[in-house]
Design a protein around this ligand. Structure first.
Ligand SMILES: *Cc1c(COP(=O)(O)O)cnc(C)c1O
Length: 380
């Protein structure tokens, strides 16, 4: 090993834990990380039991049950794999997927539909507004070919909360299958699957449930799921067959993310110990309020109007000052132990700060102090 390699190794192993103010992966607890100290074989009885528990717990978190006709499916890969699994498995060849878009994650669904050669219709709205329900209703009334609707709940591009419940009611009224990307909100924002009439809800291990990355999960209406049989356009992302496999013997078709799943079960226990989704929501809201107040005091402005902003992640406009440079700003925060996120907006220069994960009010205050120091040093 060369000297510089040795130094790099030492740096990564002795590195201090930075706080992640991002949309994921997020800061996790030492106990969630410690749960990964055991290696399980994929056929190990204890592991299979863990998978079963996690699947049951996910339904409970969604406020639904198998008796009521819902199923949960775990899919290897990051959150995007889960969305692609749903889109590519449930929309039939002659279906038409209406994709409601007001940010990069909505755009990503359109890209998936394109790559998978689905028939799809894009309905775009500006990134700083919620989708117009009248426009959606009009489209549903006039285009009878539409069979499915997909929308993002918390569009992580801006942090806007989209009105999924109202869109779900329209989907139900017009008899369409409803797909929700609740990636960055599930577990950190109360979500009523039944009231929103969601047939498929997708989220992942490393967002508001505060597990480590490795898989996504889908909560599905069983009847809607059954229609996906034999319809998948990919072997690995076949949602129906994945479900069938998990139901048959509790096993995954291909190597499961064993460590991520045991960590996730621990994360679910810690969510419950915190007081469930309600308590977690309250902590995230407190983080968010502390963030906004601190940033406004430093002269920063949010991209979204406050009434549209959720409490997961916030886009801040670049300060109008020639001394501001995002890369330098990022590096100065990073060396103080705080990781923020670049923007993803097509129309405005922004950076993003998330306030989910193992982050508390005092951590947000620490971040604000670090931003104040960076601001002074850079002179903007
Ligand atoms: C994080 C996220 C995803 C998935 O991203 P991955 O990088 O694949 O985990 C999808 N949609 C939204 C809204 C997200 O916030």
């Amino acid at each position: 090993m060369s000297v510089s390699e040795a130094e790099a190794t030492e740096k990564t192993t002795n590195t201090i834990q930075k706080l992640l103010f991002t949309p994921g992966p997020l800061t996790t607890t030492p106990t969630v990380k410690a749960a990964m100290q055991v290696d399980y074989g994929s056929r190990d009885v204890a592991f299979i039991q863990t998978v079963k528990e996690v699947r049951e717990e996910l339904l409970k978190l969604g406020g639904v049950s198998q008796e009521e006709g819902y199923e949960s499916i775990i899919m290897q890969g990051s959150g995007t794999f889960g969305i692609e699994s749903v889109l590519s498995s449930v929309v039939p060849d002659l279906g038409n997927l209406l994709i409601i878009i007001n940010g990069a994650y909505g755009e990503r669904m359109a890209k998936m539909a394109y790559v998978n050669r689905l028939i799809y219709t894009e309905l775009k709205f500006p990134e700083n507004t919620t989708p117009d329900l009248d426009v959606i209703a009009e489209r549903l009334a006039s285009d009878k070919s539409i069979t499915h609707i997909a929308v993002v709940h918390c569009e992580t591009t801006t942090g806007i909360f989209n009105p999924v419940q109202a869109i779900g009611q329209l989907a139900s009224k017009y008899g369409k299958t409803f797909i929700v990307d609740a990636m960055s909100s599930f577990g950190g924002v109360p979500f009523d699957i039944k009231a929103s009439q969601a047939d498929f809800l997708v989220s992942s291990s490393n967002k508001c449930i505060e597990g480590v990355p490795g898989f996504s999960f889908v909560i599905a209406d069983r009847e809607a799921l059954k229609k996906a049989k034999g319809q998948a356009r990919s072997l690995t992302l076949d949602l129906y067959t994945q479900w069938e496999g998990l139901e048959k013997n509790g096993q995954f078709r291909f190597t499961p993310p064993t460590h991520a799943i045991v960590a996730f079960r621990q994360a679910l226990k810690e969510l419950e110990a915190e007081g469930g989704v309600e308590a977690r929501t309250a902590r995230y809201q407190e983080n968010y309020n502390t963030l906004i107040e601190g940033m406004r005091n430093l002269g920063f402005k949010e991209y979204l109007d406050k009434d549209k902003q959720g409490w997961i992640i916030t886009s801040f406009l670049y300060p109008e000052n020639e001394n501001f440079d995002f890369n330098e700003f990022y590096a100065r925060l990073n060396e103080q132990g705080y990781v923020i996120y670049p923007g993803k907006l097509s129309q405005a220069d922004c950076f993003r700060i998330g306030n989910i994960g193992q982050i508390y009010k005092k951590d947000v205050e620490g971040l604000i102090a670090a931003i104040k120091r960076a601001k002074a040093a850079m002179g903007f």
